[in-house]
Design a protein around this ligand. Structure first.
Ligand SMILES: [Zn+2]
Length: 105
């Protein structure tokens, strides 16, 4: 008997169980392919998230250096905000992606 992860609630359940003991999701033959799909969807979501963060980061740089000169006033704040949000968001998403990819399915 092996333990597998429920595709819906993510808790560990027996691979022989007919349904998840935690959320009562039916677990049948295509359980593995459903888990695969859930895994791929999560990867996809994380990739989108990192793309958004990257865009924000670049937007911050562009706002800051628009016109070839250092920003002043409100542009400094807007640029710095986008820049740091994008940077932190990107780092967090990258860590999530690495952790997610390490998980076996
Ligand atoms: Zn479940």
């Amino acid at each position: 008997m092996a333990l597998i992860q429920c595709p819906v609630c993510g808790k560990r359940i027996s691979s022989k169980a007919k349904q998840c003991a935690h959320c009562s999701t039916g677990v049948d033959g295509d359980m593995h392919s459903r888990m695969r799909i859930a895994h791929i969807q999560k990867t996809q979501r994380l990739m989108n998230q990192s793309f958004v963060a990257m865009t924000l980061f670049i937007a911050g740089v562009v706002i800051w250096f628009w016109g070839g000169e250092a920003a002043e006033g409100i542009r400094v704040q807007a640029g710095a905000l986008c820049f740091s949000l994008g940077f932190i968001g990107y780092l967090i998403t990258r860590v999530q992606i690495v952790l997610h990819k390490r998980k076996s399915i």
